[in-house]
Write a protein that binds this ligand. Structure first.
Ligand SMILES: *Cc1c(COP(=O)(O)O)cnc(C)c1O
Length: 354
């Protein structure tokens, strides 16, 4: 597969200056990657200047939400720039695409795309601990046709954003007892925009009450914990780590899997299981549950200081607690090259010169 590097893309890279304040996902790299799918085959990839897309107003994505996305990061890893477990994102995007009846982006094309973006944006990877180049691949059905059938044409893009960590500091979670973000048999285990759209009303309501994130319950039973809108959920009880087992409505986070691996290797007892919300709240109230935290690529590890449920408030004894701290540090030490990468998680990027 060959990738065309447009001269205009190089020109926009040369003219780009990183602002001092980054935030998360607001400063965009001046280039983007694109490949198109038509008549059963993928085009070559191209690196283009970042800019608006031309979409037909009848494009299926705009009406029937035929789209999925990924999120991964390139880190300053010692003297190199490296991607963290990108093959997991390639596999998950293929899974999300199949669920929405879209052709999966072949792993080789996905990897070429994120490597090309990281190679050309290597200068834009910020260097402070916790900062990185956030990379956002997405796929969408573009066929202009209002019939409810799968699109026959698709576009795959990768954009990138030099960023700080998504959410720093403690979070307050609201137990969402009314709405669901995903359905039984639905798209909860796929990374699709529709799940996020379904979560926005809950987030707007809880912000009014002074909370930061919804804690979603399983749509089937409404009393076991699933996860947050874009992060997986962990609790520490008597020194052991507990997280909801994958059940079809939880998104399988790469960070979740990485933290479970690190915890097991550090001798922390790990339980993947059904977690009843009322049991958890009682254990927080009694102090047996000493820490709660959430994790994801964007936010890394975010400690939870309080859970709100109706009129009741449950404060955590420790936020940030020692287990969250230890795991966050262990993960960042690998990602930023201070610790040996015993698991082969980091993939070095060949930096492009221009
Ligand atoms: C992306 C996402 C996560 C976190 O996954 P990571 O691979 O760790 O970034 C968790 N939950 C949901 C719903 C997500 O969309």
């Amino acid at each position: 597969m060959s990738i065309k590097i447009q001269p205009e893309a190089i020109a926009s890279l040369r003219g780009f200056e990183i602002p001092e304040r980054l935030g998360f996902g607001t400063v965009m790299a001046p280039v983007m990657f694109r490949a198109r799918y038509q008549d059963g085959r993928w085009s070559d990839g191209e690196l283009l200047p970042y800019g608006p897309l031309a979409l037909d107003p009848a494009a299926k994505v705009l009406h029937y939400a035929q789209t999925c996305f990924e999120g991964l990061k390139a880190y300053r890893c010692g003297a190199d720039v490296a991607l963290f477990r990108p093959e997991r994102n390639a596999a998950r995007m293929a899974h999300s695409a199949r669920r929405l009846c879209m052709p999966p982006v072949p792993e080789a094309l996905f990897m070429d795309a994120v490597r090309t973006i990281a190679a050309y944006c290597a200068n834009l990877v910020p260097g402070n601990s916790g900062e990185s180049l956030y990379i956002r691949p997405f796929l969408m059905g573009t066929q202009p046709d209002l019939s409810v059938t799968a699109s026959r044409a698709y576009e795959f893009y990768v954009i990138a954003s030099p960023s700080e960590a998504y959410h720093s500091g403690n979070m307050r979670l609201w137990v969402e007892r009314e709405d669901s973000r995903a359905a039984v048999g639905g798209t909860g285990d796929s990374k699709v925009g529709g799940n996020y759209a379904a979560s926005l009303l809950s987030i707007a309501r809880l912000k009014e009450r002074g909370y930061d994130q919804s804690l979603w319950l399983s749509p089937g039973n409404r009393h076991t914990i699933d996860e947050l809108s874009g992060m997986n959920f962990f609790a520490v009880m008597d020194g052991a780590l507990h997280t909801p087992a994958l059940n079809g409505s939880i998104l399988e986070g790469v960070t979740r899997d990485s933290l479970l691996t690190l915890a097991r290797d550090q001798g922390i007892e790990v339980h993947e299981r059904e977690m009843d919300i009322d049991d958890l709240l009682a254990l927080v109230a009694s102090g047996t549950c000493s820490e709660v935290f959430a994790c994801g690529t964007a936010a890394i590890v975010s400690p939870v200081s309080e859970l709100g449920d109706g009129e009741s408030r449950y404060k955590l004894k420790q936020a940030p607690g020692p287990v969250a701290d230890q795991l966050r540090r262990a993960l960042l030490d690998i990602q930023e090259g201070r610790a040996e990468d015993r698991y082969g998680w980091m993939q070095k990027v060949q930096v492009a010169s221009y």
